[in-house]
Design a protein around this ligand. Structure first.
Ligand SMILES: O=C(O)CCC(=O)C(=O)O
Length: 262
């Protein structure tokens, strides 16, 4: 069996050390910083009021001066080596869903929160549990700064919660979602490292251990009725723009899914 797939199947994540060159990371960091600065200016009040820890939709046209600048960002997010790795491990039919950036809250003492991504949708918990084995929703994590910033509970991509996890994650019976949970691991990552993990496994950030944090995250996956509806066409290239993207495979698949919704 493919060792990456074997690791992922057992634990719900895989880490590829120094998958990206420092040159790739420098290019991504420059492009991401440009978007992030614009977003920070537009969201200064909310950043403080809500102590925000992430932004999403970095590919939105509002952040780019020209279609070619945007196309080159799409190319940088999904290089051929990354698409090939993901295809080798998870098979064909992967689409790009969205992009995010995780950073420290202004108040670093804000407690991080354990969650499974879809708990913030309206889908009942029991339905999410039932669908777990049929869903492939992945985070592709690309730290742009060294961090100890991501905590995961291995194995929770294929089993539902223990009683304690359930109470902590959903803050039941007086529990807080920031309480420590058993069997978690905290990843130490360097720029160049790549992490791929299941969006529905139990995970949280860590803001205290990182002086500053800039963790780029791509959401990708295979079509599923609970997730495909949330793809935002504004964050995808136009069909004409595909020609300007070095390796458009993930974006072609997203556009196909969006077209099939109509
Ligand atoms: O890295 C983090 O801060 C948390 C990550 C997270 O919540 C997510 O990827 O959904």
């Amino acid at each position: 069996m493919n060792t990456d797939l074997d690791h992922y199947d057992r634990h719900g994540f895989l880490v590829k050390r120094q998958f990206f060159s420092q040159r790739d990371i420098a290019g991504l960091k420059q492009a991401v910083n440009r978007v992030h600065r614009q977003w920070q200016q537009a969201n200064a009040e909310d950043l403080k009021k809500w102590q925000l820890v992430n932004m999403s939709g970095l590919t939105d046209p509002c952040y780019f001066d020209s279609p070619i600048q945007r196309a080159s960002f799409f190319s940088a997010l999904a290089p051929t080596a990354l698409i090939d790795l993901v295809t080798e491990v998870f098979g064909e039919g992967i689409h790009f869903h969205n992009s995010q950036l995780f950073f420290n809250p202004q108040d670093r003492n804000k407690p991080p929160y354990w969650h499974r991504d879809m708990q913030y949708d309206k889908t009942p918990d029991a339905e999410q549990a039932a669908e777990l084995k049929d869903m492939l929703s992945l985070h592709v994590r690309i730290p742009l700064l060294a961090e100890r910033g991501l905590e995961l509970i291995p194995g929770t991509h294929r089993r539902w919660d223990t009683t304690l996890e359930h109470k902590v994650r959903l803050e039941l019976d007086g529990h807080r979602n920031s309480e420590d949970l058993p069997d978690s691991i905290l990843l130490s990552l360097q720029p160049g490292d790549l992490v791929i993990f299941h969006a529905q496994m139990i995970h949280r950030g860590n803001y205290l251990l990182n002086e500053s944090r800039l963790a780029l995250d791509l959401c990708i996956g295979k079509a599923h009725r609970l997730t495909t509806a949330h793809i935002n066409p504004d964050h995808l290239p136009s069909p004409q723009q595909l020609k300007q993207i070095d390796d458009p495979r993930w974006y072609e698949q997203s556009l196909r899914l969006v077209a099939s919704r109509q």
